[in-house]
Design a protein around this ligand. Structure first.
Ligand code: FES
Ligand code: FE
Length: 444
């Protein structure tokens, strides 16, 4: 089978009910098309409000492959500005985070307010009467925020963010409501880069099939310290256990491990050993007595794996962002989180979970992503099998919201999100709409 032109919309030839084509992971044209039809037309996660806590704060990042600046402008509204000087194209902001009322382009000094307006240019008398500064402000994307999570899109016709989240919204609420109304604060991040396509991560994010094989060394470490340690249930016939994988619509996927945790204190008790945590536990137990079990449970992850298509994964108590850089180069950014108002020792333990799965587990996954990419570069072997669970009666259910559920090892998440991917990629190319976007948005 030959793919000559990705604009021919021949996606049915590349996405079948039980398999997808290797070109979806390795073809440069398809990647370029994704940056417009997926990473511009859907809501893409860009920043957390706690990363820009004060008026005039900003954070730089990417919307797909476009460099952007997320600002909280002087009217306390969030803006997503293209980090692209309207003079000759240079990025105007070159720091990760900071505070600025004005961004001055380092190249020739054009300066822009943090709402995008062009504030001034050096020696303006050299510009003629038809030079209209209102035409030359920084272009910007549509922005919405839900409970601290800031998303952007270039699609003026996209549904509201809440509608886009759909059933994923309720799960995001559950992830946040573990803390009795206290707010999460996003901290620094582990950043990792692998040589492979971004979808290898999204495939894996709701993959309960690989765990007992890919992360065997973690189980063995935990097993030496006693029974029932974190994730050991993946090795115990997960096809027949209580965990589920779900497809939530609009590309979003979910794994629920919570059925393995029945009582207050279980989350903490089932954690793998982490050197040094005993000291914190002692202090918490002594100081908080009967409340200690509940607090210690809040130190670790929610045992929910919620993946908001295309680039946001809530894993444990971390926020992981999938950042595509090229068809074969992806950055994974694991942000730590703390919670306002929790005891300092609990927040210290939350920070130290960065030393656990991101440090010990994610390298297993990234190795597989790179090895998958290497294998997928063989053009003669065309197909990736995604059919686990298909044609086996009684494994899948669909509820009244359209949420599809099955045993945690099913590949229903991949089959379903690729249908959404196909729908998005089949749409005609839409003209970028950023010039039509005016106002920012306040926190919800
Ligand atoms: Fe920014 Fe010239 S490129 S001022
Ligand atoms: Fe994994």
């Amino acid at each position: 089978m030959k793919l000559t032109n990705v604009n021919e919309n021949n996606w049915d030839e590349l996405i079948k009910h039980d398999r997808v084509h290797q070109k979806l992971y390795t073809n440069q044209e398809i990647f370029a098309e994704e940056m417009t039809k997926i990473f511009a037309m859907t809501w893409v996660y860009l920043a957390h409000e706690s990363e820009v806590p004060n008026v005039n704060d900003y954070k730089t990042g990417y919307l797909g492959s476009r460099p952007i600046i997320v600002t909280r402008d002087r009217h306390d509204e969030f803006r997503v500005l293209f980090n692209r000087c309207t003079h000759r194209g240079a990025t105007v902001c070159r720091s990760d985070r900071g505070s600025a009322k004005v961004f001055t382009c380092p190249y020739h000094g054009w300066n822009f307010k943090n709402n995008g307006d062009l504030a001034g240019v050096p020696w303006p008398k050299a510009y003629g009467a038809d030079f209209d500064t209102s035409e030359w402000g920084l272009k910007q994307a549509r922005v919405e925020s839900y409970r601290g999570f800031i998303f952007g899109t270039l699609n003026l016709n996209a549904p509201s963010l809440v509608d886009y989240l759909g059933p994923a919204r309720e799960l995001l609420d559950q992830w946040l409501d573990r803390y009795d109304g206290k707010k999460i604060v996003v901290g620094n991040a582990h950043r990792m880069v692998y040589k492979g396509n971004w979808k290898l991560t999204f495939d894996n994010a709701a993959d309960g099939y690989h765990v007992s094989f890919s992360h065997r060394s973690l189980f063995e470490t935990a097993g030496r310290m006693g029974e029932d340690k974190d994730m050991s249930y993946f090795a115990e016939s997960p096809d027949y256990g209580p965990m589920v994988v779900q497809y939530l619509g609009n590309g979003h996927t979910f794994i629920d491990q919570r059925p393995n945790y029945k009582n207050i204190g279980d989350f903490w008790k089932q954690q793998r050993p982490q050197p040094g945590r005993e000291v914190y536990e002692e202090i918490i137990r002594e100081r908080y007595q009967d409340a200690a079990d509940g607090l210690l449970d809040q130190a670790i992850g929610a045992q929910m794996y919620l993946n908001i298509f295309p680039n946001l994964c809530l894993i444990g108590n971390q926020i992981q962002v999938i950042q595509p850089h090229a068809v074969d180069k992806t950055e994974l950014i694991w942000y730590s989180t703390t919670v306002e108002g929790l005891p300092e020792e609990i927040n210290m333990l939350r920070m130290r979970t960065q030393e656990d799965f991101p440090a010990f587990g994610e390298p297993d996954d990234m190795t597989n992503f790179e090895e998958c990419h290497l294998g997928l570069t063989i053009p003669e072997v065309e197909w990736v099998h995604t059919g686990r669970g298909l044609g086996v009666s009684g494994r899948q259910t669909v509820d009244e919201r359209g949420v599809v559920s099955g045993p945690v090892t099913d590949e229903l998440h991949i089959r379903n999100y690729y249908q959404e991917w196909k729908r998005l990629m089949s749409q005609p190319t839409t003209k970028t709409i950023c010039e039509n976007v005016k106002g920012g948005v306040s926190s919800l």
